[in-house]
Design a protein around this ligand. Structure first.
Ligand SMILES: Nc1ncnc2c1ncn2[C@@H]1O[C@H](COP(=O)(O)OP(=O)(O)O)[C@@H](O)[C@H]1O
Ligand SMILES: [Mg+2]
Length: 233
């Protein structure tokens, strides 16, 4: 049984990653050290190509090809143990991307309820829980709409509601406001903050949008020249 040791967030110890390119080996991350506290929203900014997505994919256990040590809520990630990685991901990690993965052929509430369907939760309960989540993010009135008919901001709310239903403690977001105008983006960020409080989430947001970063207290910067430092700014 995997437990979440409270007080532990996400710890990175000398995380390095290189990729092979046509012109030889390229270092993407070099000795990144940082401890993301639990129950907090952190943003990581940095220029395009500085390695933000790469780092987030490593934290999210989507990338199993790196050096260094990674601890997720006190659990050391051992790259050779795939079963364990799958289990850590299933217990702890939820993702929200710029192009959230929603199913066009399903309506809003069915999209939100998907994680419960995978867990074979009874239909009535699924619907109830999904409707409640839709209410939390202010799209209750849209719950029977098709995904195609929604705006980009509304789609991100559907994705957020799905993360609520998933019920995992770590939410990783990669450029969540990439498709949104400033006003919609600010609204989404408020919603993320409110929801994070209610759900006791640890949230890591990768963004090049400085207004997103300035809306939360804990900002970090990943720089290419000195990849060693993720500084609080
Ligand atoms: N699998 C890969 N193959 C080749 N280059 C890669 C690969 N993954 C990442 N990179 C390179 O690493 C750098 C960092 O990429 P990325 O993490 O996507 O940056 P960011 O999200 O900050 O824009 C980029 O220069 C990118 O081209
Ligand atoms: Mg990126």
């Amino acid at each position: 049984m995997i437990s979440q040791e409270m007080g532990h967030g996400i710890a990175l110890r000398n995380i390095s990653k290189s990729v092979e390119t046509m012109r030889g080996k390229k270092v993407v991350l070099r000795d990144v050290n940082y401890e993301f506290p639990g129950n907090r929203i952190s943003t990581i900014t940095g220029k395009s190509g500085s390695g933000k997505t790469t780092l987030l994919n490593i934290i999210g256990l989507l990338d199993n090809c790196f050096d260094g040590d990674l601890f997720v809520f006190g659990h050391r990630v051992t790259l050779s143990n795939w079963r364990r990685i799958r289990s850590l991901r299933a217990h702890f990690i939820s993702f929200l991307f710029q192009d959230n993965l929603l199913f066009d052929e399903l309506n809003v509430v069915s999209n939100i309820a998907l994680p419960l369907e995978c867990r074979r939760v009874e239909h009535k309960v699924r619907k109830l829980v999904a409707e409640e989540a839709s209410e939390m993010v202010g799209i209750y009135d849209l719950r029977f709409e098709r995904i195609q008919s929604l705006s980009a901001g509304e789609r991100q709310r559907v994705a957020l509601a799905r993360s609520i239903v998933e019920g995992k403690p770590l939410l990783l977001m990669d450029e969540p406001t990439g498709n949104l105008d400033n006003e919609t983006s600010a609204k989404l960020m408020h919603m993320v903050q409110d929801t994070a409080k209610i759900c006791s989430w640890t949230v890591i947001i990768v963004t090049h949008d400085l207004s997103v970063a300035s809306s939360v207290a804990h900002n970090l910067r990943l720089t290419r020249r000195d990849i060693k430092t993720i500084a609080e700014v």
